[in-house]
Design a protein around this ligand. Structure first.
Ligand SMILES: NC(=O)c1ccc[n+]([C@@H]2O[C@H](COP(=O)([O-])OP(=O)(O)OC[C@H]3O[C@@H](n4cnc5c(N)ncnc54)[C@H](OP(=O)(O)O)[C@@H]3O)[C@@H](O)[C@H]2O)c1
Length: 416
């Protein structure tokens, strides 16, 4: 396909072309992102009841489609609507233009400028109406557990996923933040009740989740310290409002590898304790909240470091899902482990208002053309990025789509 043409369309809003360019993952080529993602010419789906087809102007890159490419820990092809269609078009963040609405949609019309949150659930599930859509049996992450994600000219979403595009952001800025920011918002505000004066330890503070966790702490009046793996990342985290940063390479011995001998575990624990003292020095006391997503490598340190009665809130296990820690530090000090997963539409809306008002800003490391989808995910797999990567799809170039003045995104230093 001619990728130069991806930003041009010969149809008006309300009318769909027959085919589109899309990055597709298929079962037979699961593996490293550079091989798993390939461009194909795909049919454009029609919207069903309460569904909307959005023309993607820009798409955001997330770690979930690194997992989708690898087919680990499970192949997404078994879940959601994948068995029905037999392909995975990934992408769980987008900014774009409503192109066609399905039966029953009244809040949105063709031409509206939107960003998309990535939670889907059936409106028929009672949990959606009385508990939380995240509790619904039908709950799925769009563009990960479903196909028709945002790495394509058009995407198919539920109408409830749409949010107004923040006016002061370009298309690529608006596409960059949803998944990680809304996740961090729920973790800290809903699940931990973050308050002014709280102390927070944030792992991976210059990563996707971390840059928003750091900003949320600053905006709430909480004090945070960010863990990173380089000084450049640390400088970014301080710029976002952290009291200071800790370079984890200074405490490499605290990481749980699994299968340590009793002697090795003693040495590991000593380094965890040194790390924990460093956190206390920076924050003035032990953290009330530890913001976790690294998982196996850091979890024993998180449980040890958090204050008595404090919370370790976790949404992922990037280094491993089987967490192995000394539970005495949990029960004796009455600490809590809190699981969290993405966010509901109301949380997304509230969090999005903070972007509109400029109190929280997207953090973009790099914007790439549509041809960069596989490479962007490969960079993520290799942990060579900072903040977020955006992909231009319908937008012809960077810097388009802003309809009001405002602070826009923070641009992290390239090469950090
Ligand atoms: N459940 C949910 O709703 C949800 C939502 C969003 C993301 N996630 C998951 O959360 C994880 C992180 O996502 P993200 O977007 O923040 O990814 P990211 O942009 O890659 O950031 C993660 C950060 O973790 C740090 N890290 C990596 N390996 C580490 C290790 N061995 N020890 C300590 N720190 C390490 C890295 O920072 P340094 O190298 O600077 O330390 C990296 O910047 C992924 O697994 C993702 O799938 C889950």
């Amino acid at each position: 396909m001619d990728l130069q043409q991806v930003s041009s369309l010969d149809v008006e809003p309300g009318e769909l072309p027959k085919t589109m360019a899309a990055w597709v993952i298929r079962e037979e080529r699961l593996g490293e992102p550079k091989d798993a993602f390939q461009i194909e010419e795909m049919e454009v789906p029609e919207p069903g009841a309460f569904e909307v087809i959005v023309r993607v102007m820009a798409a955001g890159v997330n770690y979930n489609n690194v997992w989708a490419a690898l087919g680990k820990p499970v192949s997404v092809m078994k879940y959601g609507d994948h068995p029905e269609y037999g392909h995975h078009i990934g992408g769980s963040d987008a900014s774009g233009v409503v192109w066609k609405v399905g039966p029953g949609v009244t809040r949105w019309k063709a031409g509206d400028e939107v960003v998309v949150h990535c939670n889907q659930a059936s409106y028929e599930d009672p949990e959606v109406h009385g508990l939380d859509p995240m509790a619904a049996p039908s709950q799925r992450i769009w563009g990960y557990e479903t196909t028709w994600g945002s790495f394509a000219q058009f995407t198919k979403v539920q109408a409830q996923q749409l949010l107004p595009k923040p006016h002061a952001l370009t298309w690529e800025e608006a596409a960059s933040y949803g998944l990680v920011y809304f996740t961090a918002y729920r973790m800290l505000l809903t699940r931990c009740g973050l308050q002014a004066g709280d102390r927070v330890l944030i792992w991976g503070a210059a990563g996707g989740l971390g840059v928003f966790a750091t900003q949320l702490c600053k905006a709430t009046g909480a004090h945070c310290v960010g863990v990173v793996s380089s000084t450049e990342k640390g400088e970014l985290v301080k710029r976002l409002g952290a009291a200071d940063f800790i370079d984890r390479s200074e405490f490499a011995g605290m990481m749980r590898r699994g299968g340590e001998s009793p002697e090795e575990e003693k040495a590991r624990f000593r380094t965890s304790r040194e790390f924990s003292n460093r956190v206390k020095e920076i924050l003035g006391d032990a953290p009330d909240i530890v913001f976790e997503h690294v998982g196996q490598a850091t979890f024993p340190t998180s449980v040890y470091t958090v204050k008595p009665f404090g919370k370790v809130v976790i949404c992922a296990g990037t280094t491993g899902f089987h967490l192995d820690f000394d539970v005495r530090y949990l029960w004796m000090k009455q600490k809590e482990i809190v699981g969290s997963h993405f966010a509901n539409a109301y949380e997304c809306m509230k969090a999005n208002e903070l972007i509109e008002s400029g109190q929280i800003r997207p953090v973009i490391w790099r914007t790439m053309g549509f041809d960069g989808v596989a490479q962007a995910h490969q960079l993520m797999l290799e942990n060579k990025h900072l903040g977020k990567i955006s992909i231009l799809v319908g937008a012809e170039s960077e810097g388009l789509g802003r309809t009001a003045d405002g602070p826009g995104a923070i641009h992290a230093e390239v090469g950090g």
